[in-house]
Design a protein around this ligand. Structure first.
Ligand code: CO8
Length: 258
C-alpha cells in the first residue's frame, strides 16, 4: 500500500514512523488511521523498535480530524472511534516496543496515540491535553481508559473535564512522559533509547512487553503466575543460552531472535 500521510524510515532495525498531514497539524483522519493499520500489519521482522513522531516541528498529532467528525451520526461516530481505538490497541500490543517522540501538540487523539505507545519522551515544546469535551465528545480513542491508568483518576478527571493543555514539564511531573529534551535532541534521544532496547534479546523484550501488558489488569496471583510461565518459556530460546553463556564468558552477546 502506498502511504500519503506516513513517512517511514528504517535504519539498523529501528523504524521511525512520522505522521505527516501538515495542513491539519497531523490530525488523524480515517485515511491516516487505515494507513497506520496497514503499516502495523506489515512491519518487517527485522524491526526491533518502532518510534512514532509527528512530521514537522510544531505538532505530534493535533487530535482526530475535526472536519471529518463534524457531521458524523451516532453509528459513524462509533465506527470512527473504533477505528482509532483498534489501531491504538494494535500499537499497544505490537510485539516490539514503541516509543512516542512527542515533538509538539499531542491533543485529543494525539495524546491518546502517545499513550498507546510503550514509552513517551517529549520535546520542551510538547503540549498535552484532552480537549474533547469542548467539542462535545468524550476522548474517543481510549483516552478515558489510558490517561486514568497512567496519571491516576484525580488528575485524569481534571484534564478531561477541563480540557486544559499542559506543558512538557507538567507532563513529566505527572508521569505522562518519561523525559523531556530540547527539540533538536529529541530524535537522537529516541534513537539512543531504541538502540539500547534493540541490543537486548528480542524474544525476551517481546515477552517482557507481553507480561507487563497482560499482568496490568490481573489480580496479583494470576499476574505472578503469568510471569512465571513466560519466564519458563525464555529457557526454550537459543538467545537465553547465548545471553548467559556470553555473560559467563565475559563477551558481548550475539542475539539471533531465536
Ligand atoms: N482537526 C482538523 N484540523 C485541525 C486540527 C484537528 N484536530 N487541529 C488543527 N487543525 C487545523 C486547523 O483547522 C488549521 O487549519 P486551517 O489552516 O485550514 O485554518 C490548521 O490545522 C492549523 O491550526 P491553527 O491555525 O489552529 O494553529 P494554531 O497554532 O493557532 O493552534 C492548536 C494549534 C492549538 C493545536 C489548534 O489547532 C487546536 O486547538 N486544534 C484542535 C485540537 C483539538 O481539539 N484536538 C482534539 C480533537 S478531538 C479528538 O482528538 C478526539 C479523539 C477521539 C475521536 C473519537 C471519534 C469519535
Amino acid at each position: 500500500m502506498e502511504y500519503s500521510f506516513l513517512k517511514i524510515n528504517t535504519i539498523n532495525g529501528i523504524c521511525t514512523l512520522a505522521i505527516s498531514a501538515p495542513k491539519s497539524l497531523n490530525a488523524l483522519n480515517s485515511t491516516i488511521l487505515k494507513e497506520m493499520d496497514d503499516f502495523l500489519n506489515h512491519i518487517p521482522a527485522e524491526v526491533r523498535v518502532l518510534i512514532i513522531t509527528g512530521d514537522g516541528d510544531k505538532s505530534f498529532v493535533a487530535g482526530a480530524d475535526i472536519s471529518e467528525m463534524q457531521n458524523l451520526n451516532e453509528q459513524q461516530g462509533y465506527e470512527f472511534g473504533k477505528l482509532g481505538a483498534d489501531v491504538f490497541r494494535k500499537i499497544e500490543t505490537l510485539p516490539i516496543p514503541v516509543i512516542a517522540a512527542v515533538n509538539g501538540f499531542a491533543l485529543g487523539g494525539g495524546c491518546e496515540l502517545a499513550m498507546s505507545c510503550d514509552i513517551r519522551i517529549a520535546s520542551v515544546k510538547a503540549k498535552f491535553g484532552q480537549p474533547e469535551v469542548g467539542l462535545g465528545i468524550v476522548p474517543g480513542f481510549s483516552g478515558t481508559y489510558r490517561l486514568t491508568k497512567m496519571v491516576g483518576m484525580g488528575y485524569a478527571k481534571e484534564m478531561i473535564y477541563t480540557g486544559k493543555v499542559i506543558k512538557a514539564d507538567e507532563a513529566l511531573r505527572i508521569g505522562l512522559v518519561n523525559a523531556v529534551y530540547e527539540p533538536e535532541q529529541l530524535m537522537d534521544e529516541a534513537n539512543a533509547m531504541a538502540q539500547k532496547i534493540a541490543a537486548n534479546a528480542p524474544i525476551a523484550v517481546r515477552y517482557a512487553k507481553e507480561c507487563i501488558n497482560e499482568e496490568y489488569d490481573l489480580a496479583a496471583a494470576d499476574a505472578i503466575a503469568f510471569e512465571n510461565k513466560m519466564f519458563g518459556k525464555c529457557f526454550a530460546t537459543a538467545d537465553q543460552k547465548e545471553g548467559m553463556t556470553a555473560f559467563l564468558s565475559k563477551r558481548a552477546a550475539e542475539f539471533k531472535n531465536e
